[in-house]
Every structure is written in C-alpha cells, then in structure tokens.
Design a protein around this ligand. Structure first.
Ligand SMILES: [Fe+2]
Length: 284
C-alpha cells in the first residue's frame, strides 16, 4: 500500500521519525492504519514540528483506542480530562501539572489487569539538553537473551503488586487510603507476551512493581528479576529522546519501558501534554 509519509529509523532496533504527516489535520484511514502498523513494529514514533491543539491531540490519540481519564483530575487540562498535564511549572502558587515523573523504567499501568496500550506525549516546552525521556525496546531485550533464559521466562508469570511497591519506597507521599489499596490488588502477567497486533514476542517485566514470579518466593525472585531488568534496561536497547517544542512522540507500552530523565526543576520550565490509551489483556 502506498502512504503519504516516510520513516527514518531512530535506532536500528526501535523508533522511527515520521516525515510528512500533519497530526493537527484530518487524516485518511489508510494513513492512520500505516502509522498504527509502524508503531506496532518500531514501538516509538516521533513527529517533529507539530502544531496541535488539545482537541486535535485527543482526536488523533482516540484513533488508537479509548483514552484514560487520569485519576489525578487536578492535573488534567481544564475541560479536557483526557489530557494529563506533566509539568514542573507553578502558577499562582500551584503546580499546573504532575511533576517529577518516574525516574525508574516502567511500562505505564502494568500493575492493573489491562495495562495501557500506549501514550501520545506532546512537548510544549522543554529545557535544552535535559528532561529527556528514555525508552528501552523489550523486543530487542528478549531477542538478545540467551535461549535457555528466554525459554524459562516464556513459561513464567510475574506478580505486579502496586501496594507492596509503594510501601517499600522511602517516599514523602502520604500512605495509600483503604480505598486505593482495595482498588489495586496484585495482578499477574506473563513475563513474555505476544504483541496483539503482530504476534511478535516481547518481554514484559518492570524494575518496579514486580514482587515475585508466580510459584516462587519474593526472596528467590528478586535477584533474578534484578539481573533481568539490569540487562533489559541497558544501553544496547535504549533510545533517549531529547525534546523540542512541537515534538509529538507516540510509544507502544506493550513493547517498551520508559523513564523520565532529570532536569533542573527549580529553574527550568518543562510542559508536556499526555494522552493515554486504555489497555487490553496481556496474552502469552
Ligand atoms: Fe510513565
């Protein structure tokens, strides 16, 4: 099929920059279908110099699936509960967005039964040379594992336990309420999952939230998990994105982990708009 855009790889194993698409304009179904396929294959898509509004970001994102309305409604854009504001900016003495995004690699909402499919992240302001987002390809990490480890992992499932992880952290955040604890029971996912659109196998583990492998104690699981995640989050599988205003990045949460890189939160301004696509069941 011919499409009206071209792709340039960001790394040999993950990511592509998409040229010739205006995300703020109407898009034919065939173009969107080709973008969706490119995302399933490359895991991260970059669109530069995009002139979007909250409405056009929501409209584009919603073509991938239903959108999350974030629990932290105070950080959503006024009148647009689908847009989660990520920012360190303070206006009238109040944070305008969620600040201090996770500095540890993770796959968004992996601790719920149907983890998020992916996100659309749009940069409105970012200090130069800091505040990057780093991704690792879990396709590439799985492919690079020794065969016997890959075979072993293909048989395993892991218990993701948000409440346990929250309680083990030295955090200044208040303790979880009874209701939050009730709403986030431990869940189980296969350690190797099939991408629902391509069938390609991908590693599905996370340095945070996993308490143990099913049928194995926490004490026995943690060293194996640490060795595995240290390997998977290494530089061989990574792409670090340096943001410019007007960048839109779409990532596939099923085949990547990501983390926020630090920046001078006291003196710099960073403002991002995120839409999050709701999830689906993990399949082995
Ligand atoms: Fe995240």
């Amino acid at each position: 099929m011919t499409t009206d855009f071209t792709l340039t790889d960001l790394t040999p194993f993950m990511g592509a920059e998409v040229h010739g698409v205006d995300l703020g304009a109407a898009m034919p179904d065939a173009t969107f279908g080709a973008i969706k396929r490119a995302l399933a294959e490359r895991s991260v898509l970059l669109f530069r110099n995009q002139d979007m509004t909250p409405e056009s970001q929501i409209a584009f994102s919603a073509r991938f699936g239903e959108l999350e309305k974030h629990v932290l409604q105070n950080f959503c854009l006024d009148g647009h509960p689908e847009i989660f504001v990520v920012s360190n900016i303070i206006e009238d003495g109040k944070h305008i967005g969620a600040f201090g995004g996770s500095k540890e690699f993770h796959s968004d909402l992996a601790y719920i039964p149907d983890p998020s499919k992916g996100s659309v992240f749009r940069c409105l302001e970012c200090p130069e040379g800091e505040g990057e987002t780093e991704f690792v390809s879990m396709f590439a990490a799985l492919d690079a594992l020794p065969e016997e480890k890959r075979d072993w992992l293909s048989q395993q499932s892991a218990v993701f336990d948000y409440v346990w992880d929250y309680s083990r952290r030295q955090t200044q955040r208040p303790p979880l309420s009874e209701e939050q604890i009730r709403n986030t029971p431990p869940v189980t996912h296969p350690c190797v999952r099939s991408h629902p659109e391509t069938g390609r196998k991908t590693l599905f583990v996370s340095p945070i939230w996993i308490r143990n492998f099913v049928g194995m104690s926490e004490e026995d699981s943690q060293p194996i998990l640490k060795e595995l995640t240290d390997f998977a989050t290494g530089p061989d599988f990574a792409y670090r994105h340096s943001w410019r205003a007007g960048d839109v990045l779409v990532w596939d949460n099923r085949s990547t982990l990501h983390k926020a890189c630090p920046f001078d939160e006291e003196n710099s301004r960073r403002l991002m708009h995120r839409t999050t696509i709701t999830g689906e069941q993990t399949i082995r």
